[in-house]
Design a protein around this ligand. Structure first.
Ligand code: IMP
Length: 205
């Protein structure tokens, strides 16, 4: 059973694949399907709205069941920023790696002088599952609580992982082995909330 996950981010596709493997569902990214077409405009004000836009768009474009996620970082001292603009916070960068580096540099600048106690943040993930006609079947969300470090640490993961400290483990999410991140992460949290439904629906995928 193959489920389309509406992302071209190989890190995210790998994470969702690993989380759903226990349900014997193979997750494929947008790169693996033909006729995915153009990217939709993600102009929602919330993670949930953008996840819905992607799930409905790619389900209709491909005629397949589609799971989409929209995720990002919400920093308390910045009023919830970068939020839905997490992927392009710095507004520069040719590719994903350059954008991630620029985003992390901007985040550190914005938090300069902010004491550790006020650097609390959370990763948030909203997910939407649409059927092959583009009808929304399920929506879910999850989060992971942490603190923003003063310098990057670790090489696993992507995005803001090198700056996201999990105080209970004394390391950043980029220092966690991937399977451990999947147990703790906002994406893992969101998926586990609809895992039973996904398992029941899987024969239709
Ligand atoms: P999206 O692809 O539009 O959902 O953008 C998500 C952005 O949020 C990414 O480009 C990252 O900057 C950030 N992000 C989301 N999830 C994670 C994560 O698990 N680790 C690090 N950064 C993340």
């Amino acid at each position: 059973m193959k489920l389309l996950f509406a992302s071209t981010n190989p890190h995210k596709v790998r994470e969702v694949h690993a989380i759903l493997r226990t349900l014997r569902i193979e997750v494929i990214g947008l790169d693996a399907v033909e006729h995915a077409g153009r990217e939709p405009v993600e102009d929602g004000d919330t993670f949930a709205a953008n996840a819905r836009i992607k799930a409905v768009h790619y389900a209709r474009a491909t005629g397949r069941w589609c799971l989409a996620d929209d995720s990002g970082l919400a920093v308390d001292a910045l009023g919830g920023a970068p939020g839905v603009r997490s992927a392009r916070y710095a507004g520069v960068g040719e590719d994903r790696l350059e954008r991630d580096l620029a985003n992390n540099a901007r985040l550190l600048r914005e938090l300069e002088g902010t004491p550790p106690a006020d650097r609390t943040a959370r990763f948030v993930c909203s997910m939407c599952l649409a059927d092959a006609t583009g009808t929304v079947v399920a929506e879910t969300s999850g989060s992971m609580q942490g603190v923003i470090a003063c310098e990057p640490r670790g090489h696993n993961g992507f995005g803001y992982d090198p700056l996201f400290v999990l105080p209970q483990f004394g390391c950043t999410s980029a220092e966690l082995p991937p399977d451990k991140k999947n147990v703790l992460s906002h994406r893992g949290d969101a998926l586990r909330r609809i895992a039973r439904l996904i398992r029941e629906l899987a024969p239709l995928f």
